[in-house]
Design a binder for this molecule. Structure first.
Ligand SMILES: NC(=O)c1ccc[n+]([C@@H]2O[C@H](COP(=O)([O-])OP(=O)(O)OC[C@H]3O[C@@H](n4cnc5c(N)ncnc54)[C@H](O)[C@@H]3O)[C@@H](O)[C@H]2O)c1
Length: 352
């Protein structure tokens, strides 16, 4: 079949099925390799999804497939991605792109030297209809002058969660904790909707996970957006609420708040605009049949994102979420960590 593609999954843990199912839903796409340092995990995924080849060494996969999904801990993303780009393999890398600024640099230096392969990064919430619609409203100026915009991530990650996988909550393998893992989805969404963050100043602490994780379980930051508006980032994984993301935009002519991606506030000075916006959000409702089969809070975006990545590879075009653009949210998170240590504002130079 024209456009037939083979894919390898590197890292066969929690998120791997979202990728495998995404690829297997596309005609002409086959997942041919399952790779995990723990061979048993790769074997298990291979058996579940009918994947022909299994290995512990991702380098064996690189010469044998068109593209890979990198689904390992954050600390290993950079080396796997750089090796793949060097081998001419297209890469879809899970968030967060890297655990350290040095890891990020390694990836982008490799892509600068080997620009042919497509290099895409997962931020599946950019495919959520409500997030896209909110961005459209910002772009058309519906809010007037945007004054403040912010995100909150309140969730619960227990001691058992962190103890189950040794990389979680460490600086070298995860690159942090709640900011770089859970909050980053909505830091990215907020930055993308608003057209980018210019500078951050923040602080973090560990309130309920002392002796469990090295990094933060609670963090806040002030934000200066490129458009001039100010904002806030607030995140905790010590809440009694399992998962609650909020994004709010407040302008001189109106305000919208999304909680769990659904509008909880739509207020505009002009009632016709308010009615149009209410209708716009109502039209975003997604049928439940396409919701993530893995965990509901991953959202509906993985299958859309993988379909876009495959199309980008087939037509050799830019993916909807380029790694270049996904770098921005990672740099915002690194900026908050740096600002905590230096007690200074940190400029963010990358574009979203
Ligand atoms: N987009 C989302 O909604 C979402 C949700 C969950 C996880 N994730 C991301 O997916 C990635 C993996 O998370 P997870 O929860 O599946 O982790 P996990 O710990 O369940 O799985 C990671 C797997 O990678 C394997 N691994 C590590 N280094 C490897 C290497 N060099 N070669 C081969 N295998 C290797 C580990 O043995 C492990 O089985 C992370 O980047 C995480 O942030 C994204």
């Amino acid at each position: 079949m024209a456009g037939e593609l083979t894919c390898g999954i590197i890292g066969c843990g929690v998120i791997a099925p979202a990728h495998i199912q995404g690829y297997q839903a596309i005609p002409g796409v086959r997942v041919t390799w399952a790779c995990d340092l723990i061979e048993e995990k790769a074997r298990q995924r291979a058996a579940e999804y009918g994947i022909a080849h299994v290995t512990r060494d991702y380098r064996e996969v690189l010469g044998n497939v068109d593209c890979i999904s990198v689904c390992t801990d954050h600390g290993s993303h950079a080396k796997i991605t750089a090796d793949a780009l060097r081998a001419g393999t297209h890469v879809l890398c899970e968030k967060a792109l890297a655990a350290t600024p040095a890891g990020l640099r390694m990836m982008f230096e490799a892509h600068a030297r080997y620009p042919y392969p497509i290099f895409a990064a997962v931020f599946q919430h950019r495919f959520d209809a409500e997030i896209r619609y909110l961005k459209e409203l910002v772009n058309e100026g519906a809010f007037g002058t945007i004054l403040t915009a912010g995100m909150q991530m309140r969730c619960l990650r227990t001691e058992e969660y962190y103890r189950a996988d040794k990389w979680r909550g460490t600086w070298d393998k995860e690159g942090g904790a709640v900011l770089i893992n859970q909050a980053i989805h909505f830091i990215d969404a907020l930055a993308w909707i608003m057209g980018g963050i210019e500078a951050v100043q923040g602080t973090y602490t560990n309130l309920t996970h002392n002796g469990v994780i090295e990094a933060e379980d609670t963090a806040v930051a002030m934000v200066r957006f490129r458009c001039g508006a100010l904002g806030t980032i607030e995140a905790t994984c010590s809440s009694n609420i399992d998962w609650e993301p909020t994004i709010a935009i407040h302008g001189s002519r109106g305000a919208v708040e999304l909680r769990h991606g659904k509008p909880t506030k739509i207020e505009f000075e002009n009632e016709e605009v308010a009615a149009r916006v209410r209708d716009g959000f109502a039209a975003c409702a997604v049928p439940s049949s396409v919701r993530s089969a893995i965990r509901s809070y991953y959202g509906e975006g993985h299958s859309a994102q993988i379909a876009d990545f495959v199309d980008a590879v087939r037509h050799h075009r830019e993916p909807f979420v380029t790694a270049r653009s996904a770098r921005h949210a990672v740099e915002v998170v690194f900026g908050i960590y740096e600002s905590h240590r230096t007690r200074k504002w940190v400029e963010i130079t990358s574009a979203v």
